[in-house]
Structure formats: C-alpha cells, structure tokens
Design a protein around this ligand. Structure first.
Ligand SMILES: [Zn+2]
Ligand SMILES: [Zn+2]
Ligand SMILES: [Zn+2]
Length: 226
C-alpha cells in the first residue's frame, strides 16, 4: 500500500513537472516582432523562453519615426500621418568611433568643398595676380579637431611679370552653422608656373565644438601689395 502511494506521488510529481517545467520560472527574454505597430494599427510580438515556451503580446499603436540625429526633427513615415516631433534622444559620444552612440552622428561634421575650388588672388590694383584650383585631398578627425590637406594647381598668371612672381597665398576659413568664422588662416604656396602643382599643404583646426557642423571655404585674397 505504501509502495503504491509512493508510486502515485512520483507519477503526480512527474506529470506536474512536465506541465510546469519543474518549477523553472520562464524568462521571456527573447523578443520577435511578428507585426510592427504603426500609428494606424497595433502590432504583435512573440516573447519566448529558452525552454521553448512562448507567449504573444500586443504592441500599442505608435508613430514610426524617420531616422534623424538626436534633437532634430522627425516625421512619421506612415502614409498620410504627417506627424512630426523633435527626436528626444541626447548625443552621447563614443570616443573610439567619434560618433554618437544613439544616432551615429559624427562628433564634428565639416562640409568640405567638393572637387576643385577656384581661388583667385588679386593685387592692390584689383588685377588678377594668379588663379589656382584647390582640392581637399585628405581630411582626418579627432573628437575636437580636424586636419585638412589640400593640393593646388595654378591655372593662370597675371599679365604682369611682376605679378607672376608674387608669392601665392591661399587662405581658408571655417564657418559654423550660425555663419560665424571660428578659424581662419593662410598657407604660402610659392610662385610656380601655370599648370604646375603646388606642394600639398596641411593645417589643423583644434578646439572645435562637439556636435557642431562647419563649412570650409577657400577665400580669395585681395590687395596683395606688390
Ligand atoms: Zn521556460
Ligand atoms: Zn504616425
Ligand atoms: Zn545623437
């Protein structure tokens, strides 16, 4: 009789063990989106435990925001919605990649002139001394500085021989997103013949503000005294 009871208890224990996974508490930490939510309809997701047990849950209706950098405008991408908002995320710098961990924006954006830029130098009589085509050939960043290398090719000289011998100075300025000049400078490129290439010139601009956008401009230099 006692043996029968033990067998019965064991059988019950085995069955309940099978039903409840032996007291193992399910941990539904694997999430699979079955239908994503939109602002028009709720979505559905499946949550599963490592034992294979799964439950489905409803995802509440929500706008589907376009990608944007932190703090910038986003638009709902669902047809006909048109809702907008300011992306509520805040930039957080990842030092190794120098990008934002939340939105992948580069820490500093510098808009460089594309292709060749024409730079014209004038003398004190406003006559063209020389023209150059300048190209940015390399640009490297740290978290708060930028190093730019450019090369230049002379395309024309002034008619006056004296003008042609004038030292060639190429100047640049870096303008922030509000239009303020944050850095400017010039580099000397010795007088060379038309079609010759000026040696590569490199300059570094430091202490730039994180998350700012800058634009590099090559400036024409006026009124070189000769
Ligand atoms: Zn489980
Ligand atoms: Zn929407
Ligand atoms: Zn960000």
């Amino acid at each position: 009789m006692k043996r029968k009871l033990i067998a019965f208890v064991l059988a019950i224990a085995t069955i309940s063990c099978l039903l409840t996974s032996c007291g193992h508490e399910h941990s539904y930490d694997q999430k699979k989106i079955i239908t994503p939510a939109t602002c028009l309809a709720a979505g559905k997701m499946e949550l599963s435990c490592s034992c294979g047990e799964a439950i489905t849950r409803t995802i509440p209706k929500a706008h589907v925001w376009s990608e944007s950098y932190c703090g910038e405008l986003q638009t709902c991408t669902i047809d006909g919605c048109g809702e907008t908002r300011t992306n509520p995320s805040v930039h957080s710098l990842d030092y190794s990649s120098r990008t934002c961990k939340n939105c992948s924006r580069p820490a500093i954006i510098v808009n460089l002139p594309e292709g060749e830029s024409e730079v014209t130098l004038y003398n004190s009589k406003n006559a063209v001394v020389t023209s150059l085509m300048v190209t940015v050939t390399e640009c490297t960043y740290t978290a708060d500085s930028i190093t730019i290398t450019w090369s230049a090719r002379k395309t024309s000289n002034g008619a006056d021989l004296h003008d042609a011998l004038t030292p060639t100075v190429i100047s640049y300025k870096l303008v922030d997103s509000d239009g303020f000049v944050v850095s400017s400078g010039s580099d000397d490129a010795s007088a060379i013949a038309v079609d010759d290439k000026v040696r590569d010139l490199t300059f570094t601009i430091t202490r730039l503000t994180l998350w700012e956008s800058y634009t590099l401009q090559f400036a024409d230099v006026y009124n070189i005294s000769i």
